[in-house]
Design a protein around this ligand. Structure first.
Ligand code: RIB
Length: 302
């Protein structure tokens, strides 16, 4: 059965710099490569991954009217994403991200929220019918928390499973925490939220216990090259990553989330298989440069 997924989140135009190493404060460095205007944004990346990996996907987002994100709509269309709820606003410019990737494939990202930060409850309310018919709703933290809370409340009212990717990590209000079914932080986000540095199995258990105590039943901590640690009421397990040479880790986490919700059964009975599939998808993304450009199709994984 094909999953129906609604992704609420950011659309950014990504500007990439490929560097040998990061500059120190006050230092000037030459860059290896400067690329412009790549499709990005955690929301848009997760919508692309969800759709390319087989789910019927609707995206809720906002862009400015200046048209700098127009090129991305071709990719949304090619992936089969319903963009009826991706709207333009005159209140702010399209979001942008400034990304540096070093020789090890690691990145640093600075994000200008722009139009993403004007998404509100009314934007979510317009999509109520679609949310009600979904299997999963997915959000990240590059859009305002009141909009996410409204969407998750609506989802709960209709029995739709909610997934939060708390990226970039920030303190979450109780009202939102109580509406989360699945949370998927990476190690550093898990540490910021739980206060537990995630270094080994016992700290992973401690960190996931923090989320369980808040009432979140399914917790997945993504660990990059070390795979994924997951914990549910039935127990916990660490599933390994696929060993590959990373050239750019941008959007690997977004790919993981899209792959997960495109493959997860509504009763989550295949959670371990869906995580393994998502680990495979993420391992393909890190072998290619860019965000949306690097996200695989189902045929790549097959
Ligand atoms: O997760 C990667 C994304 O984070 C980039 O595409 C960038 O836009 C930032 O939102």
């Amino acid at each position: 059965m094909t999953n129906k997924v609604v992704v609420l989140g950011s659309t950014n135009v990504d500007q990439f710099l490929t560097v040998e190493r990061y500059a120190k404060p006050g230092e000037t460095l030459h860059v290896e490569e400067a690329q412009k205007a790549y499709g990005g944004g955690k929301g848009a990346n997760q919508a692309i991954a969800t759709a390319r990996l087989g789910a019927e996907t609707t995206f809720i987002s906002k862009v400015g009217t200046e048209g700098i994100a127009d090129f991305m709509f071709k990719d949304f269309e090619a992936a089969g994403i319903d963009t009826s709820y991706v709207v333009e606003t005159e209140q702010a410019h399209t979001g942008q991200a400034f990304i540096t990737v070093d020789a090890q494939g690691q990145n640093t990202i600075y994000v200008y929220g722009g139009a993403n930060m004007t998404i509100d409850e009314a934007d979510v309310a317009r999509a109520e019918q679609t949310i009600a018919e979904a299997d999963f709703i997915v959000a990240q933290l590059e859009v305002p928390i009141p909009a996410i809370t409204a969407a998750f409340k609506m989802a709960r009212a209709h029995g739709v499973t909610t997934l939060l990717n708390p990226a970039p990590a920030k303190a979450l209000p109780d009202e939102l925490l109580q509406l989360i079914d699945i949370i998927v932080p990476n190690e550093s986000e898990a540490e910021t939220l739980s206060g537990v540095p995630v270094t080994d199995e016992s700290s992973m258990r401690e960190s996931t216990a923090y989320f369980h105590d808040l009432g979140i039943h399914t917790v997945l901590i993504t660990l990059g090259e070390h795979g994924t640690f997951y914990s549910t009421d039935a127990g916990s397990e660490q599933l390994p990553a696929y060993p590959v040479k990373a050239v750019d880790t941008t959007a690997a986490g977004d790919t993981f989330i899209g792959a997960l919700v495109s493959h997860l059964a509504s009763d989550m009975s295949n959670l371990s298989d869906a995580i393994d599939y998502a680990n495979k998808a993420g391992s393909l993304t890190v072998q290619r440069a860019g965000a949306q450009a690097a996200i695989p199709h189902a045929s790549d994984i097959d």
